[in-house]
Unconditional design. Structure first.
Length: 149
């Protein structure tokens, strides 16, 4: 039903953390992932809940990719600018745990600046939530040169 997540995000291999989009309607997307036992993020048998920010950011990125495809535009790279009100109700995720990540666009400006409310759930239990700020410049390479990154 939805394209593979690798077609929606620039991340590859170990950094592609979201597995699939399960729903997308209007300004809301839902993605799923299975927490991996990858030594890059898994320590002492758990993955710190701080990685939830990246799960949320990749879910937002997938939504932006789907919106671009719906307008017959190429999928472009976006930048996570920050997060507000990050609240993790658990200190860690367990490898093998299936998580659902929901994101809703709450604001978007003509210049590509946007805000999203996101949350991570294990079944119906909310494990983490935050408001993410993101930016999608017309030409990300030119923007990065301009800001000296």
């Amino acid at each position: 039903m939805f394209p593979p997540i690798a077609e929606l995000l620039p991340h590859r291999e170990r950094m592609l953390l979201v597995d699939r989009v399960v729903s997308f309607e209007g300004e809301q997307v839902v993605a799923e992932l299975t927490v991996r036992d990858d030594p890059l993020f898994c320590h002492d048998g758990v993955v710190g809940s701080w990685l939830g920010l990246e799960y949320m950011a990749q879910t937002v990125g997938a939504m932006i990719g789907l919106m671009s495809r719906a307008r017959n535009e190429p999928v472009r790279i976006g930048l996570l600018l920050g997060a507000r009100r990050f609240l993790a109700r658990e200190p860690a995720f367990r490898p093998g745990q299936t998580l659902r990540v929901e994101a809703t666009q709450v604001f978007i400006a003509d210049n590509g600046l946007a805000a999203f409310d996101a949350r991570i759930l294990d079944q119906d239990r909310v494990l983490a939530e935050a408001t993410l700020s993101a930016f999608q410049p017309e030409d990300v390479q030119a923007f990065l040169r301009e800001v000296g990154a």
